[in-house]
Design a protein around this ligand. Structure first.
Ligand code: ADP
Ligand code: MG
Length: 710
């Protein structure tokens, strides 16, 4: 698992090479004064971790300026002010629902403090009659008199400096007050030491960025409105730091990969001719271009590390097959790994006729293979009898040894991360790696997750595809739509029916799907199937098979069908509560139809009223099928973090940086990282040493282990 996804609450055994100056930042928040275990749990929820460093990245979203300290008569209505007044008289309330009033004054006029449901003894202690006090809060005028209801702060004259400040306001969660967060953050800032500068001096000067230490202080104590701006020098610098750590880590990995000699493979040749002759179609222009790019990588002495982006149905499988043939023609093995069991089996099925045609021996290995079967498969892989191995992450396991793995294809679908890729690549010497992804990723995001890879894009669909008609249908009209489905089924249509995605609740997902299944069965009879994530692999496969074989007309599903599955005869996709899905997900789902010769439809069922973004999402779906365009729109509408489901994807989740606003900084960080690797690949110079600290700070230290090992 990428280090940045490791559970942040775990205080892992620190890397012994981590600079000592960082130790305090990786202590638990309970080490801060006044922060107990209960708060720690809440901070974990709030900041994604319960270590000091997690607090540092938790930046304020607003502030209250308490520096305005006028005299009472000059305090304007509605404004926050800090006033110095003398307490004159307490007027306790007579009934529960009446306010408790404390009249005060300065030399310019009276001020009434108003409290509801007060604690009398507390008030008397805070505001003794005759004392001069500092109160800060919102001024209101009532019948011409200034008053302040529930001051935000009350103190003695000595407290003036503490009160008369700009007070940052933090994102909160139930059970945590702003005061607590502030106190914790102040404590955390106290743990921060000045660090050697890891930025390029001239770039830093040009940007007018402060030192890291100062940037943190400023970010947490916004000097005014513009201090909240993500492009404020303090925040921009922190964002850049984070990007630089990300890009440098990727660049180090890549450098390491390439430094290791790859092998030079024969490309093309009789095997390829055989396969191409066996295909019932011509390669598209985009496929040809991509194959040429892969050939160049594989023929070169450097390792291949290439990302193949292609929309669903763009024909990635045949490209994968052609690159695997290169390895086999050169006498090595190839592996292709899919994120799920179903997909692995599907790959096996679609590759089988081609591989058989070419006389290539292959095996399929998944977590489901146990005991003797598994042993036999492992033996074939070990001996080289299996030239191609198709599988799931089961291929990572230690017990899996290849005779000589030449190329690894990873059909990623956003389920694997950088390090998993490397693990498979580590199963051989100088293994070439081709990663395939079905969700087109906006360019800016490609940089953050795949900055270490070359990219090919399959941006052209195989010919003969008919456009999918996408219709937006209000939930109230569901019955009418069902009537039209009856007709379609009579004509032989096969239908996917995806049920509501209930946020973070697999259980509710399931309930909804089961209910829909029953309703549809009542209406359409026995030829309705149900598949969901709680089912066992075999059960799932059995249902999918029936659907693929045409024994079912309707397949009700939770989002488990999102990934993969190929049933060209399915021509209708119904998605209930479509407004709850993200654009990319809708796009993936829709991609399950439109794969065959017949015209396909996608019904997006929504329930009114729709929010603005939901509306825009659905309209985008209706208007385009271009995955790259949809991906860009998705980024625009949702922001980067959510796009691909960070947690599953291995996409880095940035703490301070925000791709939607700091995109330019990301590009700059990538160039910076490249330059660093060119000049100081082992991070040995003074700046290099500082950069190591940066990597540790952002927990990209996995990359440092690459430095050490070679
Ligand atoms: P992806 O994996 O990119 O979603 P596939 O490789 O599964 O797409 O291809 C989808 C379908 O298109 C398959 O049935 C495949 O045989 C077919 N196909 C691939 N390339 C072409 C092409 N150049 N012309 C026509 N059909 C193609
Ligand atoms: Mg595929």
């Amino acid at each position: 698992m990428p280090s940045n996804l490791a559970k942040k609450s775990e205080t892992q055994a620190p890397d012994k090479n981590r600079p000592f100056a960082l130790d305090p930042l990786f202590r638990r928040v309970t080490d801060l004064s006044g922060i107990g275990p209960r708060n720690a749990a809440l901070f974990e929820k709030l900041c994604g971790g319960e270590r000091v460093v997690d607090l540092l990245w938790h930046l304020p979203i607003d502030f209250v300026d308490r520096r305005f300290a006028p005299q009472v008569k000059d305090a304007p209505d509605g404004r926050i002010a800090t006033l110095t007044v003398t307490v004159q008289k307490h007027a306790p309330n007579k009934h529960r629902n009446q306010p408790y009033k404390v009249s005060c004054t300065d030399e310019t006029g009276p001020l009434t403090l108003v409290f509801f449901h007060p604690r009398k003894d507390w008030l008397e202690k805070q505001l003794p009659e005759g004392a001069t006090v500092i109160v800060s809060g919102k001024i209101e005028h009532y019948q011409g008199n200034a008053q302040m209801t529930h001051p935000d702060a009350i103190g003695t004259l000595e407290d003036r400096e503490k009160i008369e400040t700009v007070e940052p306001i933090y994102p909160l969660t139930a059970g945590v007050t702003n005061k607590t967060v502030r106190k914790a953050v102040e404590g955390a800032l106290g743990f921060v030491q000045a660090m050697p500068e890891w930025l390029d001096q001239s770039y830093k000067t040009k940007q007018r960025w402060p030192d890291w230490h100062d940037a943190l202080q400023t970010a947490h104590n916004p000097p005014g409105e513009n201090g909240l701006d993500p492009l404020h020098p303090a925040r921009a610098r922190l964002a850049y730091d984070e990007f630089l750590a990300n890009q440098l880590a990727l660049a180090l990995v890549r450098h390491k990969q390439q430094r290791k000699q790859g092998r030079q493979y024969q490309t093309g040749g009789p095997l390829r001719d055989k396969l191409l002759a066996a295909l019932p179609f011509e390669l598209t222009g985009a496929q040809k271009r991509t194959v040429t790019e892969i050939d160049a990588d594989m023929a070169a002495p450097l390792r291949m590390l290439r990302l193949l982006q292609g929309d669903v149905g763009s024909g990635k499988t045949v490209v994968a097959a052609l690159s695997m043939l290169n390895a086999i023609a050169s006498g090595t093995q190839a592996a292709i790994m899919a994120p799920t069991e179903i997909l692995a089996r599907q790959h096996a099925e679609s590759l089988k006729p081609w591989l058989d045609e070419c006389g290539i021996r292959f095996v399929t290995l998944t977590g489901r293979d146990k005991g003797k079967t598994r042993e036999a498969l492992l033996q074939q892989i070990r001996s080289g009898a299996a030239q191609i191995v198709i599988g799931t992450h089961a291929l990572f396991q230690e017990s899996v040894a290849f005779a000589d793995l030449g190329v690894a294809v990873i059909d990623e679908q956003h389920r694997f991360g950088v390090h998993q890729r490397l693990m498979l690549a580590a199963k051989g010497k100088g293994v070439d790696v081709l990663v395939m992804t079905a969700t087109p990723i906006p360019r800016t995001l490609t940089l953050t997750a795949y900055g270490d890879m070359d990219v090919s894009r399959l941006d052209e669909k195989p010919p003969g595809r008919k456009p999918i008609d996408t219709l937006l249908i209000a939930h109230d009209h569901l019955e009418k739509m069902e009537e039209s489905l009856v007709r379609k089924i009579a004509e032989g249509a096969r239908i996917y029916w995806v049920c509501p995605l209930v946020e973070e609740s697999e259980f509710l997902d399931l309930a909804a799907a089961e209910e829909r299944y029953e309703v549809l069965q009542a209406r359409f009879g026995e030829r309705v199937g149900l598949v969901h994530g709680r089912m066992k692999g075999e059960e799932k496969d059995a249902v999918m098979k029936k659907f693929a074989a045409g024994e079912l007309d309707i397949l009700v599903a939770t989002t488990v069908i999102e990934v993969g599955v190929n049933v060209p005869e399915a021509t209708i996709m119904v998605i209930e509560y479509a407004e709850r899905f993200g654009l990319s997900q809708l796009h993936q789902l829709r991609g399950r139809v439109g794969r065959g010769a017949d015209k396909s439809y996608c019904f997006l069922i929504y329930s009114s009223p729709l929010g603005i973004t939901a509306k825009e999402r659905l309209a985008t779906m209706r208007d385009t099928e271009d995955g790259f365009l949809i991906a860009e729109k998705d980024l625009e509408l949702r922001g980067a973090g959510e796009i691909l489901g960070t947690k599953q994807s291995g996409m880095p989740d940035f703490r301070v940086a925000d791709i939607t606003v700091h995109g330019e900084l990301l590009a700059a960080a990538r160039d910076d990282a490249k330059l660093i690797i060119d000049k100081d690949p082992d991070l040995k110079t003074e700046r290099g040493e500082a950069l190591r600290t940066l990597l540790y700070l952002f927990e990209r230290d996995q990359a440092i282990t690459y430095l050490r090992s070679g």
